[in-house]
Ligand binder design. Structure first.
Ligand code: NI
Length: 164
């Protein structure tokens, strides 16, 4: 397993739309293992392949003991969104920035596991927020995109000072 480099905002590569996974092979298994290792080393509770410059629809999540974690999702699709919840979010690609974002409170997601077995899962609370956040990365979006222009500019200025 390898810890991969995480891209940081405003790196344009974070804006790439991920492609669907079509091969469930050893390469995919290595990618999932590397993503978990990279996420735990950071440390973080979720990671999308986009963040390590691999543009395939793969996300990993581990929100802790209360949820059925760790989880990985290949080609995830949100098939139900319900309610609205506001939660403070952060992102490994936007280090040191935490902002409140509105998202669906409960979700149903359809995906495949690394062996190519399709499954559906319901989630709410932190896990639902985390899955929505990671799926957005696969679309080339970041949680800061939802903030005002003023806040977005301030964040880019702050990140440039971190010099990472
Ligand atoms: Ni993120």
């Amino acid at each position: 397993m390898t810890i991969r480099e995480i891209l940081h905002h405003p790196d344009e590569r974070l804006r790439t739309k991920a492609e669907s996974v079509s091969k469930y092979d050893g390469k995919l298994e290595t990618l999932v293992a590397d993503m978990f290792e990279t996420m735990y080393a950071a440390p973080g509770i979720g990671l999308a392949a986009t963040q390590i410059d691999v543009h395939l629809k793969v996300i990993v999540v581990d929100c802790g003991k209360q949820d059925p974690c760790p989880l990985h999702f290949i080609n995830p699709e949100l098939i139900r969104l319900e309610g609205i919840e506001q939660m403070e979010e952060g992102c490994l690609s936007v280090p040191g920035i935490f902002e409140t974002v509105s998202r669906a409170e409960s979700i149903k997601v359809r995906a495949f596991d690394k062996c190519g077995i399709q499954f559906e899962m319901e989630a709410d609370g932190l896990l639902a927020v985390c899955i929505q956040h990671e799926i957005e990365h696969l679309e080339g979006k970041l949680f800061v995109d939802m903030l005002s222009n003023f806040k977005q500019k301030r964040i880019i200025k702050k990140l440039s000072k971190l010099n990472i």
